[in-house]
Design a protein around this ligand. Structure first.
Ligand SMILES: [Cu+2]
Length: 135
């Protein structure tokens, strides 16, 4: 009869740990809105360059792009990925999930079609790591 309390305790610890881990790695986009980097633009493609790896994760954290012009996001991994630092996708813009290998550049291409505002760059689990603003 002791197995039920032990089971409940174990589940609580596991879920609590998961929530804590994500609260530590989650960055509130609203608190980072002051640091919007302009995007390098020629008439054909907007190139965004970023790095991803410890200790700061995504750098820079905010990008702005123009609607209707193709975007090429180049993300250089400074370390092998793991956990929430291990995968990347851009829901609503390019939903391919890519993983990180040290020294490798991940490339995402997409064309923002509507002025829906902000898109999060997330890990595969959907935790936001950076923001793309469509203007
Ligand atoms: Cu995650």
């Amino acid at each position: 009869m002791k197995t039920i309390p032990i089971f409940i305790f174990s589940v609580t610890v596991i879920i609590g740990g998961f929530i804590l881990f994500h609260s530590l790695t989650y960055k509130n986009p609203a608190s980072l809105a002051t640091n919007i980097f302009p995007t390098e633009t020629n008439s054909k493609v907007q190139v965004i360059k970023a790095t991803y790896g410890p200790p700061f994760g995504f750098s820079p954290l905010d990008f702005s792009v123009k609607v209707g012009i193709p975007v090429r996001l180049e993300v250089l991994a400074t370390e092998n990925g793991r956990g929430c630092m291990g995968s990347i996708t851009i829901p609503g813009l390019n939903e391919e999930v890519q993983t990180f290998r040290k020294g490798q550049t991940n490339i995402f291409e997409f064309t923002p079609r509507s002025l829906l505002g902000q898109y999060a760059i997330t890990c595969a689990m959907g935790i936001p790591h950076a923001t793309i603003t469509v203007e």
